[in-house]
Design a protein around this ligand. Structure first.
Ligand code: SAM
Ligand code: DTB
Ligand code: SF4
Length: 338
């Protein structure tokens, strides 16, 4: 055997190709047309971009902790945490630092490199709760994990304070197109969400922003959301794609399930439109066959939520997830790697 590096090994160690085109001027019609290409043509194109922009092919494992669950005043039609659809629940509390640290250690032992702290707030309120989240971020960072928060709307000052304690990323999803968002949420606007994303970017925190499919939106709405995200310069560092998990009692409780091929098409389209971003195959994996999930990873997803629970709903089994990656020969991202 020659000692030459095999093509496979080479592709695991190459640097991202700087020549991959990054555009901020996508048009909605163009993205719809891409999405509607014959499936294998779309996949071929997405795959080529993916291999060039993410040559290691590593998948990032991120875990979630809900530090304040439920009792949210907003009316997002998909959400289990809106007080409007789950009246009578006891008032929620913010977890103690020790509880979050225990969750962070378990996540790290499982192989996660990032922890996302979520709070069901309309907007992060100044005061004890916010101060405690700042302590949590600092303590989770000290364990060697990357940190992400999703606390609702943020002011520039709050974003700066989160950056000061070392926050890596902030999750705030556009969820859908501007028009369709207004049909799902009435208590805050698309402009509010964009303003928070700008505050996050201005503070030097990475943007994590994506959406949900399966709320009755059209392919055009999905494409319009990708166009909004691609308008950021640089593109958001990470894009979660959630398949609706229908929650009893919410307006979307009886929405028909998302067909896996729709998820594959959207991920492939997102990979082409947002070549360098990390695309997170987020909620909705619990009901997806292993083969469907692998198709999503093939199409360009390179991150998963690892852990038994998402926020209020069960996630895919972590042992199954690790077995799926091992079976396919996909490496998990280690800290400080592509
Ligand atoms: N309150 C914060 C906010 O609105 O940004 C953070 C928490 S919120 C639960 C984070 C995201 O989770 C939402 O923007 C939505 O994309 C996703 N999500 C919430 N409920 C979901 C569900 N039932 N199915 C799929 N995704 C969901
Ligand atoms: C995101 O886009 N998806 C995650 C994370 N960001 C915070 C949340 C998914 C929540 C799924 C429904 C639930 O468990 O309540
Ligand atoms: Fe749920 Fe966030 Fe909307 Fe509150 S703001 S209802 S937590 S998605």
């Amino acid at each position: 055997m020659s000692a030459a590096v095999s093509p496979c090994f080479a592709s695991r160690t190459r640097r991202p190709d700087p020549a991959v085109a990054v555009r901020h001027d996508w048009r909605v019609g163009e993205v719809v047309a891409l999405h509607e290409r014959p499936l294998f043509e779309l996949l071929d194109r997405a795959r080529e971009v993916h291999r060039r922009a993410h040559p290691g092919g590593r998948v990032e494992l991120c875990s979630l902790v809900s530090v304040k669950t439920g009792g949210c005043p907003e009316d997002c039609g998909y959400c289990a945490q809106s007080a409007r659809f789950s009246g009578g629940a006891p008032p929620p509390r913010v977890l103690e630092l020790g509880e979050v640290l225990a969750a962070a250690r378990s996540a790290r032992e499982l192989g996660a490199t990032r922890l996302c702290l979520s709070a069901a707030w309309r907007a992060a309120a100044d005061g004890g709760g916010f101060e405690r989240v700042l302590q949590m971020v600092q303590a989770v960072k000290a364990l060697g994990l990357e940190t992400c928060c999703t606390l609702g709307m943020l002011t520039e000052e709050q974003a700066r304070r989160l950056k000061q304690v070392g926050l890596d990323a902030y999750n705030h999803n556009l969820d859908s197109s501007r028009d369709y968002h207004a049909r799902i949420v009435t208590t805050h606007s698309y402009a509010d969400r964009l303003a928070t994303l700008r505050a996050v970017r201005a503070a030097g925190i990475q943007i994590c922003s994506g959406g949900i499919i399966g709320m009755g939106e059209s392919v055009r709405d999905r494409a319009a959301m990708l166009v909004e995200l691609a308008g950021f310069d640089p593109h958001p560092e990470s894009i979660p794609i959630n398949a609706l998990v229908p929650i009893p009692g919410t307006p979307l409780a009886t929405a028909p399930p998302v067909r896996p091929v729709e998820l594959v098409r959207l991920i492939a389209t997102a990979r082409i439109v947002l070549p360098r971003s990390r695309i997170r195959l987020a909620a909705g994996r619990a009901g997806l066959a292993r083969e469907a999930q692998l198709m999503c990873l093939y199409a360009g997803a390179n991150s998963l939520f690892l852990g038994e629970r998402l926020l209020t709903t069960p996630n895919a089994d972590p042992g199954e997830d690790l077995a799926m990656l091992a079976e396919a020969g996909i490496d998990a991202k280690l800290l400080e790697q592509d």
